[in-house]
Every structure is written in C-alpha cells, then in structure tokens.
Design a binder for this molecule. Structure first.
Ligand code: KG4
Ligand code: ZN
Length: 341
C-alpha cells in the first residue's frame, strides 16, 4: 500500500510517499517569505501553500517514480495548526482523492511527530516518553501504544521554539532564531549568566517559558550595546543552557516516574545540537535510550504524516470526506490511566 502524505499545518509545504517500509520521497518546501516579518504570517503562509502544493506533490511523485494511479491512499494533516494553512492541504488532498478515487485519512500533527523516530530506528517501540518541542508546542507524552497517549506535561505559556525565536529577536539574530542561537551557543560560555530554570522546582511536568523570556529582556536592558555585541554568544549560550536544563530535567524525571526506559524527541527544537548532546549524556547516565530523529524528521515534514496515515489505515482508522481543519485538534488521550502503566 502506497500512501501519499501531505503536510501544510504551518510554514512547510510538504509531500511524501511511503509504502510501510520504504520512504520513497519526502519533499519539504520551507517558506522563506516570513523571515522579513520575524514570524509566520498566517495569511501569507496559506497563499504560499496554495502556490506550492501542486509542484511539491508532483516533485514527490517524480522522485518516487510513481503516477497517481499507483497511489493507494492519501494522509493529510488536519490539525493542530493554522486554520487557513490546514485548509490548503486538506482541500488539495480531498480534490485529489475524489479525482483519483482513493481513500483519504486525516492525521494529527502531534501524533506524527511522536512516531517520526521510526524512520531511522525501525526497532523503536512503545512504551516511551515523547517530548514534542516546536514553535507552537511544548508537550510531554506518555505513549503506551499506537493510539494510546497520555499528556503528562505541557507549557503553561510560551512554546519553547517561540521562546528561542523571541530571545533571538532581542539579540538581533533574525528569524527563525532557534538555529542561530544554537550555532552561536557553540562558541559562547553557558556560565556567563545564570538565567532562571523555568518551573524547575515544581513536581509536575508542566513548563513555563515566559519568565525566562522576560529575564533575557531585563538582562539585556542592563547592558550597553557594546557589551551585548561582545557577549552575544555568551548570552545565547546562557539562555540556551537554561532551556536545555529545564527540558532535560523534566523529561528524565518523567521517564523515571513512569518507569519508562525510552525517550523520543520531535519538533523543530529537537534539532538543537546543545539539547541533543546534553540530553544524550544525561539519558545514558540514567540508562535511558534516546531516540532523536535527524533534523529533517524533527522539523515539519510529510513523511511522518504518511507513516501515521499508513498505520491508521492498517487499523482501519480511515475516514470519509467529512473531516475538516481543526486548528486546536487534541490528540486522543486518556490521562487518567497515566499512573497505571
Ligand atoms: O517543528 P517546527 O519546524 O515548526 C513548528 O513550529 O511546528 O519548529 C520550528 C521551531 C522554530 O521556533 C525554530 O526557531 C525552532 O523550531 N528551531 C530550533 C532549532 N531549529 C529549529 N530551536 C533551537 N535550536 C535549533 N537548532
Ligand atoms: Zn510540527
């Protein structure tokens, strides 16, 4: 069974072809237009998807050397995400499914991030703790099985990627800021300034990043432009270390609390080199196996949508055409069972 995956929930237009074992194509077009605005502009993002979706899907078919009549099914992100953006992918997917008489299945974007490690770790299997960290999400999941999820922690305010982007903006590093802070941090001193470790004292697994953002702002206000220029890398490294410590501490504690020896990462921030390295060494000390996809499967991509779509179709979780975009789509979960693993 060959599944065409389509992802348009934010600022990546992506199409992939997957047959259950081989990823035959994964085309990702990241929209550059938002750079000059310092963040994703939803209306522009929708228009870019409209402009790119046909060529992106065609390129995926060409790379996989497939024609439409060899596609058995379509999987498309229906949430969470930006309403207009989701609608572009869904409308295209429905039109293609109707025109070629093939079944279609909606896929939850967060669920897709959780399973992305499977491309590179074929033996990866539940139960595991999943940390999803992106521009819009910061969530800790307990995954017992495919379709069986418990949300055990989430951000109470800003998402971690958003915090990276805002800190980068304050340091004049452009957008998206996460990769630039990551790069600069490698030559900076993480001990230069001790920023607060958000919510580190609380026993639960929720996150809060707005205080850290404010403390970066106040710290910069106390420095002269020359000092900021001279210590830009040190400030970036100190900020990044505060984020890394928080994410690592909560994730490892969650694994210990639930007695789970596997941790998986997903979302754009999982591409952060400092986090990957510190979390890896900490996990090793705790005898926890870490599954971090390579960056192209951490950031938004249709490969992970096709993969989850494929598994849904195997479980006959397919749908008729009556689904639509759900910007705040929740992943089906049963938190009450979180303690009973
Ligand atoms: O998952 P993603 O591609 O899109 C969604 O938000 O859904 O994540 C984008 C976010 C941005 O905030 C970006 O700054 C951050 O991921 N990001 C990083 C890195 N690469 C991307 N943050 C820290 N370090 C990175 N290397
Ligand atoms: Zn995402």
């Amino acid at each position: 069974m060959i599944v065409l995956g389509i992802e348009t929930s934010c600022d990546e237009t992506s199409a992939a072809l997957y047959d259950g074992s081989e990823l035959m194509a994964n085309v990702v077009n990241t929209q550059e237009i938002h750079r000059k605005y310092g963040g994703v502009v939803p209306e522009l993002a929708s228009r870019e998807h409209l402009r790119c979706i046909v060529p992106v899907v065609q390129e995926a078919l060409n790379l996989a050397e497939l024609s439409w009549n060899e596609v058995d099914s379509i999987a498309v992100t229906n949430g969470p995400g930006l309403a207009g953006c989701l609608l572009m992918g869904i409308s295209f997917a429905k039109a293609a499914a109707f025109a070629h008489t093939i079944p279609i299945t909606p896929v939850n974007h967060i669920e897709a991030h959780l399973w992305a490690p499977l491309f590179e770790f074929p033996d990866f299997e539940p139960p595991f703790i999943g940390l999803i960290i992106s521009g819009g999400h910061t969530q800790l999941w307990l995954v017992r099985d495919f379709g069986d999820y418990a949300l055990i922690g989430q951000t109470l305010d800003d998402a971690v990627g958003e915090t990276f982007d805002k800190a980068a903006q304050m340091l004049d590093l452009g957008y998206p800021g996460g990769p630039e802070i990551d790069r600069l941090s490698q030559s900076g001193d993480p001990e230069y300034h001790l920023f607060p470790r958000p919510a580190s004292k609380s026993e639960n697994f929720n996150f809060s990043f707005s205080g850290l953002k404010t403390s970066v702002l106040y710290f910069l206000e106390g420095l002269s432009p020359e000092e900021i220029k001279r210590h830009r890398a040190d400030i970036a490294a100190s900020f990044q270390k505060a984020v890394i410590d928080t994410l690592t501490d909560k994730t490892i504690r969650a694994a210990e609390k639930y007695g789970i020896r596997k941790v998986a990462l997903g979302g754009g921030v999982a591409a952060n080199k400092g986090l990957r390295s510190y979390l890896s060494s900490t996990a090793e000390k705790h005898e926890i196996s870490l599954y971090i996809p390579s960056p192209q499967y951490c950031t938004d991509n249709a490969a992970m949508i096709a993969l989850v779509g494929f598994r849904q179709l195997l479980q006959e979780r397919s749908a008729d055409m009556r689904f639509s975009a759900e910007p705040s789509l929740k992943l089906f979960h049963n938190d009450s069972k979180a303690d009973s693993i």
